[in-house]
Design a protein around this ligand. Sequence first.
Ligand code: C2O
Ligand code: CU
Length: 491
Amino acid sequence: MKAGAATISRRALLQSSAAFGAVLLTRCESLSRTARGSGPARLPEIRLGQDELILNASERPLVLPGHNMPVPAWTYGEKVFPVLRARAGETMRVRLANRLREHTTIHWHGVKVPNAMDGVPYVTQPPVLPDEDFLYEFSPPNPGLFFFHPHCNTAEQFGRGLAGVLIVDDGTEDDYDDDILCALRDWRVDGEGNFLPFITNDGAGRAGSFGDLRTTNLRIAPEIDVPAGADIRLRIVNLDPTRSGEIGIAGAEAVVIAIDGNAVEPFSFSTWRLGPAMRLELCLRSPPDGGVFRLLDYFSAEPVTLAAFSARGAGKRPGEFLPSALPAPRLPEPDIANANLHEMELSASAVATQYADLAPIVLPDGRTINLLDSLCTSATTLWAVDGRTWPEQGHENAPPPILRFARGETAYIEFFNSSRFPHPMHLHGHAFKVLSASELPRPVHWADTVLVMPDERVRIAFVADNPGNWMLHCHIIEHQETGMMAWFEVY
Ligand code: C2O
Ligand code: CU
């Protein structure tokens, strides 16, 4: 790191902050809880307005629950997992100030951003180097629950805590008596203040490396006060790099109102398999004063309590539980009848593919990149999309796009998982319609991440209407970083 350059860019940043009236995360966190709910088990929220928000990515000591020694976490502010609230259609400005010792970017998972704002180093922007900063500026078009995270050396950066939640409002949030976020995250830590390795051979080659310390909003099974007899919007986001849960509610009637931020026609909720990066929004009726309900993970033999909710006060809604639907997502309907189905096999792979004579990646600003950074790739390649792996360390060029679509064309894809482990498949820049799944039954719904179970065939479709180069990968980060990653082009 060049010390001189660092000092200058820091000073330049301070000046630009003053000039644009930027808000530092540390200052406004305590001021901006939501009007309805507060309390220690809720993550503080930051309402984005005209001003720029600075996310200062830096190493900070973090004392995790049940631990005495802090671990060296990497976070975007004084608090882990900042929760940003923006309004659909309004411009948001978030400046990433990189104060880490390595480069990073911010990817806005699930948000339909212009390609240049998608935060994939080498593919949509140059990496933001240590002591540099980068302004993300876009208007999220659709309301919903999203999150953000780095997109290179992700196992470590995300594993140490670099992530945040983005809630995009459209006014319908006022229809509920409370609005609660539950951010699920396990931590790979020992008792001595160390992180455990973020990539292990065993994990990367199998279902991933799990963390033993399971948290919701950074607490172990927190207790959250909610209004009694009320209609509550519960937003659940899986911020874990690895774990899928079988999420359920005990003690309250609930319906599903949105999946990955996209409204669904409400259907009654029993459980939902929530893979890494996936989000689920419920509307539920809380019990009368003194009653308790729980958020559970039924995946293991003994259900795990993720959070408990205590109802307090006079009942808000004496009548029947008649949850109202959110406005239907404004997404173009794919034209499946006239589309070609592309089968995409998800498989284990022993050999790395060679990408010898390929053109360099062209960035949105016209610059080209010939060399892939070793941080974005792994020395070992274990997984493949359609027999192709994301280049191994040492490869000099990016692979060719796995698919190309003309703007406005319907993309119709069948994922086929020939491996023994589930893969939460995610693609950038678009929401897709999950049309069918052969193993794990699911209603037709819009999503940006879909679990593909072993031997399963899952069909998705979307209108490729957002031009650019977009990633497609498994969201078990160890799989992503050992080859299960590709990109497609919308031209
Ligand atoms: Cu949430 Cu390409 O990532
Ligand atoms: Cu996977």
